[in-house]
Design a binder for this molecule. Structure first.
Ligand code: XMP
Length: 316
């Protein structure tokens, strides 16, 4: 693609000319936008870009390893993985309220990032894309009040760095194509959106290590099964929710009392509205069987058949 190749060359030159031999930092989440921004700026300034990946303990199964494998080992990014699991989980103890979870995670994220950014950085790179600008301009009216979308990885308010946003005027599909040209694997570029607060807003009520482990495995089974049946790319976003409610079941002659797990999948364009996905029953059945057979602690699986509105996509 001529014009995108051109864009990449021009951007790399522009970034080189601006940053020169100074240092830049970026919060890499492993999502599409921060991944593409990281690799693009890396092409321009190499090791003078440091990418920081914060593991807040609310990530999906193998997420940290995957990011390390691709960005550090394969592409050669100067990547710092910060293990902050304990720090986040401690602060989230006894927190039930969704908005409070978001607030704590947002605050804590900025602190961890600032700790790491201390030192000799002049520039902060951000993966802002065109729709982010439009959305934040529109959000004063209604959407932001429904949920405070802490875009984790967002700008620490009083950080003293110059901002570089190389993807600012691009649409998502252009960002993906640029990512392909830059050699980022497709499964990173075409993955479903994942919220900054991660699994914290997919566990209703209090977050515990035990619940996180259950949810990570359930999510993995659901996503793996969708891929197996070629449904992953047909839906906009799919995930599981741990309801924290227990119900009665029976295994052999034994009565048990275990969690209800919900599976959620939606079709959408930008997430502002969404329809629940009409996934074939045999796929849902397979997911339910695998989850109840393989995960101790889950006794019942339900499928969320609510569209947005009136429900939001996430449960919290
Ligand atoms: P809702 O639940 O508001 O979700 O219908 C719409 C889209 O936004 C994502 N989402 C978030 N993303 N921080 C984020 O970075 C958040 O706090 C947050 N809450 C929801 C959600 O996954 C969906 O893609």
């Amino acid at each position: 693609n001529w014009s995108l190749n051109n864009f990449i060359d021009e951007k790399i030159n522009e970034i080189k000319n601006e940053i020169k031999d100074k240092k830049a930092i970026i919060a890499l989440s492993g999502g599409v936008d921060s991944s593409v921004a990281t690799v693009l700026v890396h092409k321009a300034i190499g090791k003078n870009l440091k990418a920081v990946f914060v593991n807040h303990g609310l990530l999906r199964l193998n997420e940290e390893n995957e990011v390390k494998k691709i960005f550090k080992d394969l592409i050669g990014i100067n990547l710092n993985i910060v293990d902050s699991k304990k720090r986040f989980l401690n602060r989230l103890k006894n927190i039930y309220d969704p908005e409070q979870k978001r607030k704590i995670i947002g605050e804590e994220f900025i602190r961890v990032f600032e700790d790491d950014a201390k030192g000799h950085y002049d520039y902060l790179v951000q993966g802002t894309i065109y729709s982010d600008i439009i959305e934040s301009a529109a959000s004063g009216k209604n959407t932001a009040k429904i949920k405070s979308h802490h875009n984790v990885g967002g700008l620490p308010e009083n950080i003293n760095l110059k901002i570089i946003e190389p993807l600012k005027f691009l649409f998502k599909d252009e960002v993906r194509k640029i990512g392909e040209i830059l050699g980022i694997p497709k499964h990173i570029l075409y993955r479903h959106p994942f919220p900054g607060p991660g699994l914290a807003i997919r566990i209703i009520g209090e977050i515990t290590e035990e619940k996180l482990n259950i949810l990570r495995r359930a999510d993995q089974i659901f996503i793996e099964t969708l891929k197996e049946y070629n449904w992953y790319n047909k839906v906009w976003q799919a995930f599981t929710v741990l309801t924290s409610i227990k119900t009665v079941g029976v295994v052999g002659d034994e009565r048990n009392y275990d969690y209800v797990l919900a599976i959620r999948s939606v079709d959408s364009v930008e997430g502002m509205t969404a329809n629940w996905s009409k996934i074939p029953f045999d796929i849902l059945e397979k997911v339910s069987n695998r989850i109840t057979n393989e995960i101790k602690g889950v006794g019942r699986v339900v499928y969320d058949i609510t569209s947005k509105p009136p429900a939001t996509i996430e449960w919290e």
